[in-house]
Write a protein that binds this ligand. Structure first.
Ligand SMILES: C[S@@+](CC[C@H](N)C(=O)[O-])C[C@H]1O[C@@H](n2cnc3c(N)ncnc32)[C@H](O)[C@@H]1O
Length: 222
């Protein structure tokens, strides 16, 4: 199976995901919705697993959420989170369809994830967990900035780097442009008083696979 395929998962494909494991159950729910590109399933799952190993609880904000799967998976993996906001300036029409299928599979998610379409992002508070998968170009910087200003936990998997436009920290002579930009994002977050860790998800899922997780220093080990 091509894990990075943009083809939509369909109810017929549910039979490919057998067993009682959480991922199989999630994949079957996504298939039932019949609207989610396959790569988004793997991206959200792989990102959420890595974030949840390091960050528990908190209200989740999925910034530039698209279908909003990441917000739901964050709550599926940790039911100590009270709620989530899945925010996008333009939600796909099928986001509600996916939510319906996920709530059907996990009734405890009912009324816990708000799908918000707005030109303004939600207010972020200390203790929130701000996640953003593939917020294009400078939008990743906005997410990091908004999270850091509120002392929230933050995790981003950047894409569509604006080489020549975004701050590369002067590193572009040594590192390729997108890597220089991401390294500079790490440095800025550290300067803002964050413990930073870097991870990758499988390249088979997406070539834009660098994951940056930031924990406010005052929350480390708390
Ligand atoms: C590449 S998609 C990623 C969607 C989803 N996070 C995923 O991983 O599948 C980028 C998303 O950013 C949204 N977007 C664009 N500008 C935005 C902004 N200023 N604030 C919030 N979302 C925005 C788009 O509507 C789109 O859904």
């Amino acid at each position: 199976m091509d894990l990075g395929s943009k083809n939509r998962l369909t109810p017929r494909q549910a039979a490919l995901f057998t067993g009682e494991g959480l991922f199989a159950k999630l994949a079957r729910a996504a298939c039932a919705a019949g609207c989610l590109p396959r790569k988004e399933l793997y991206e959200a799952w792989e990102m959420a697993r890595r974030v949840r190993r390091r960050v528990r609880g908190g209200r989740v904000i999925d910034w530039a959420c698209g279908h909003g799967l990441l917000a739901h998976v964050m709550l599926i993996l940790d039911d100590t989170s009270p709620s989530a906001v899945a925010f996008d300036t333009r939600l796909p029409q099928s986001a509600e369809k996916l939510q319906y299928a996920l709530v059907n599979a996990w009734p405890r998610l009912r009324d816990k994830v708000s799908l918000v379409e707005s030109t303004q992002g939600p207010a972020v508070k200390a203790g929130d967990v701000v996640v953003s998968c593939h917020a294009c170009g400078g939008l990743t910087d906005e997410v990091l900035h908004r999270a850091a200003a509120a002392r929230a936990f933050v995790a981003v998997m950047p894409c569509c780097h604006d080489v020549g436009g975004s701050d590369d920290g002067g590193l572009a002579g040594w590192l390729d442009g997108p890597l220089a930009i991401d390294a500079t994002r790490c440095a800025h977050l550290r300067q803002a008083g964050y413990h930073v860790s870097t991870h990758r998800i499988s390249k088979e899922v997406t070539p834009k696979n660098r994951l940056l997780i930031g924990i406010p220093e005052e929350r480390v080990g708390a």
